[in-house]
Ligand binder design. Structure first.
Ligand SMILES: NC(=O)c1ccc[n+]([C@@H]2O[C@H](COP(=O)([O-])OP(=O)(O)OC[C@H]3O[C@@H](n4cnc5c(N)ncnc54)[C@H](OP(=O)(O)O)[C@@H]3O)[C@@H](O)[C@H]2O)c1
Length: 333
């Protein structure tokens, strides 16, 4: 692929990361209809296509594909120089149903999971470890000291929080306390954010800007909705695994979202880009976003998405996209 992705600085850290990250949630994942979404061979093809475009920022989690996502990434990395890639993983969700301690951010679960994550990935460090969700059942002091221990021992380089707007004050408090005790704070966040899911606008993004946190939005294409393969009249017009789930359709195929998609389509036509590329270009131009974490089921989809790095939006186009859906606060004004 004739493309060389650039890098951007990760918030106020010293780390450079690819301007578009590749998310591997769908590696080894079983869809609602019971199909395997991405098998091992396709996973390796996708990683190689991302690499061929200069991509070096891979996002996974301990629970993706029951560990297969990390395992397959590790196998792929075996033939490469580990240091050339930024690998991020996450921990929180249950890893065993029969053990109440095998979930969340309690000390034992964190320590066991980090060992397993490093083993599956075939590496002795993670560039980034995220808490996959905030754990209200474990005191933040317990998990912040454990996470700090991971950084101090060199097994993790940076800490991230995959969180939501109601967690904003908890993040602020945890970082304040960490700094007070000279421990490692969170340097980055991973919230859901795309042109139709706007809940982090306002308070959460303001906080990240003030705090100097990097922001890596997940599902930047609203799990495929913003690619334009859905229409009001017919619903899905191409192939997808997302529509296996009725809940997904209820959430995304709404009149309001199609109005946003109309604006995306119009900007796509003006720029000669595809709707998916416009949705990703919006993130690249967004002052509070560091880099989107895009997903793809096929190499063709991934290559289309990565070309978003070449799409330039005018100020007017950016503003129209920004105004295409009301943010969480504007709804009440
Ligand atoms: N922290 C968290 O809690 C969390 C949660 C979710 C995701 N994430 C991270 O974010 C990453 C991305 O999430 P996501 O997979 O939901 O992202 P997404 O980029 O919004 O959606 C990706 C899906 O959209 C469809 N698609 C992508 N490009 C397309 C194209 N050009 N044309 C047509 N369809 C296309 C594909 O599904 P179909 O072809 O099947 O429609 C693809 O699997 C994940 O892999 C993961 O790393 C994190």
């Amino acid at each position: 692929m004739n493309l060389e992705l650039d890098t951007v600085r990760m918030g106020e850290t010293g780390l450079e990361v690819s301007e578009i990250a590749f998310g591997t949630w769908r590696f080894g994942r079983e869809t609602a209809a019971g199909n395997l979404e991405t098998d091992r061979e396709t996973a390796h093809d996708l990683l190689s296509a991302y690499e061929a475009a200069g991509g070096r920022f891979i996002d996974t989690a301990n629970v993706y594909g029951g560990g297969d996502s990390e395992r397959w990434i590790g196998e792929w990395l075996e033939e490469r120089t580990r240091e050339e890639y930024v690998v991020a993983s996450k921990v929180y969700w249950p890893t065993r149903e029969d053990d109440p301690n095998a979930s969340g951010l309690n000390r034992g679960h964190l320590r066991r999971q980090l060992d397993l994550m490093l083993e599956r990935l075939g590496t002795d460090y993670l560039d980034i470890l995220y808490i996959h969700r905030w754990d209200d059942d474990t005191p933040s002091r317990e998990f912040m000291t454990t996470l700090d221990e991971f950084v101090t021992s060199g097994r993790v380089h940076y800490l991230g929080a995959s969180s939501f707007r109601p967690d904003t004050w908890k993040l602020a408090q945890a970082n304040e306390r960490a700094r007070h005790h000279d421990r490692e704070p969170f340097s980055l966040t991973q919230p859901r954010y795309n042109l139709v899911d706007r809940e982090i606008e306002g308070e959460y993004l303001d906080f990240c800007r003030e705090e100097g946190l990097a922001v890596f939005p997940w599902s930047p294409l609203a799990q495929g909705f913003l690619t334009g393969k859905y229409t009001r009249e017919e619903g899905l017009t191409g192939e997808s695994t997302a529509s296996d789930s009725n809940r997904w359709e209820e959430q995304y195929l709404t009149g309001e979202n199609f109005e946003t998609l109309d604006v995306v389509r119009a900007v796509a036509e003006e720029t000669g880009a595809t709707p998916a590329q416009v949705a990703l270009a919006y993130h690249r131009h967004h002052p509070d976003v560091t880099a989107p974490l895009v997903g793809a089921r096929t190499v063709e989809q991934l290559e289309e998405n990565l070309r978003a790095a070449t799409v330039e939006l005018s100020g007017d186009q950016f503003e129209r996209l920004e105004g295409s859906k009301a943010g969480p606060f504007e709804r009440f004004l």
